[in-house]
Write a protein that binds this ligand. Sequence first.
Ligand code: 7TS
Length: 411
Amino acid sequence: MDVERIRQDFPILTRPFHGRPLVYLDSAATSQKPTSVIETETRYYSEENANVHRGVYALSIEATEAYEAARERAARFLHAKDAAEVVFVRGTTEAINLVATSLGRGYLKRGDRVVATVMEHHSNIVPWHFLREAPGIDLEFLDIDEDGRLALDELDSLLDRRTKVVTLTHVSNVLGTVNPVREIADRAHAVGALVVVDAAQSAPHLPIDVGALGADFLAFSGHKTLGPMGIGVLWGRTDLLSLMPPCMGGGEMIKEVHEDRVSYREAPAKFEAGTPNVAGAIGLVAALDYLTAIGWEDLAAHERRLQERMIRLASDRLGDRLRFFGPKDPRDREAVFSFALNGVHPHDVASLLDAEGICVRAGHHCAQPLMERLGVPALTRASPYLYNTGAEIDGLFDALEKVATLFAAPV
Ligand code: 7TS
């Protein structure tokens, strides 16, 4: 993998910040976009823009065909059997809200159990909290061990006939842990529970095969996988999608509307009310093409080198002044490096790094239950991706050493 050549595809990386080249280490929040994605969206608006599924004129038919081709591309990316299993949404948040809301309209009843994990992003917690409030499901959480892995030995105590849904992230946005989705899915299915997989942090880094994972639903966001903002995918099993009621009503999703009754189209149309993000879907195709052309193995090898460098430099340069969270073995994690620097608030770390042109994120990372479990108010997180270099990681640790020294100085 030629990182210098890849960097040339990302125009934002040439923009200086505070007089230095941008060092972007916040790809878990959103990835940067290659020129092909930017140009695809621009070309759509300059040459192909029309509303879909409505017009009989050539331009609208072209836009509709491109939108439906994007659905097929997304299905192929997920190794799904059928494009009809792909619902376009704004992102992972909307996808999980759609599943929870729809299951909450009849399928899930008071006293049913939904099991999440303590490492979930809020977007895979809050929609289930809504169902805890009404109709009154029990929301329970699988714990983690001291290494930031799911406590699988505690799973059985949460699985019985009452358990209707097990929902979990494939990769943690804080710990980087890669969860054994297949094993958990098999155990959940054995008690008849549905399995929802949040692939927001795995789709950018790992090949996804919904069948092999044993998922019943899976969600990811385009903007973290080199694509545009405002487009994402909910994949669902056809038999489930066809039984589930829609959550949003409007144009495009109906078969017939009368004053006294309404009927809906088949999935995925019934879940896509209103004008969809056609440009986003087409931009997503360019992103998935770019990402898969890199090659998953080369990408993984590159990211592993960056991770090993972070882990080694953390220990060599900062020793016990820095504590990082999640599995210590880089083979068990993705390139998400969350840490605490002794005596320095994560927001101060991020601000001081910003002054050096380095973008990292500080805060609770939309994972407050996890922060509580780890006993920290917040963490700083560096999340590199395909366009980051070893030299940038060195620069990060030069800057972190400066920050640590600055705060250690007597006042
Ligand atoms: N699930 C996980 C695991 C995530 O990391 C995120 C976003 C989401 C869901 C929500 O995705 P969205 O595209 O719908 O917003 N994670 C982060 C993050 O870690 N920092 O900023 C956003």
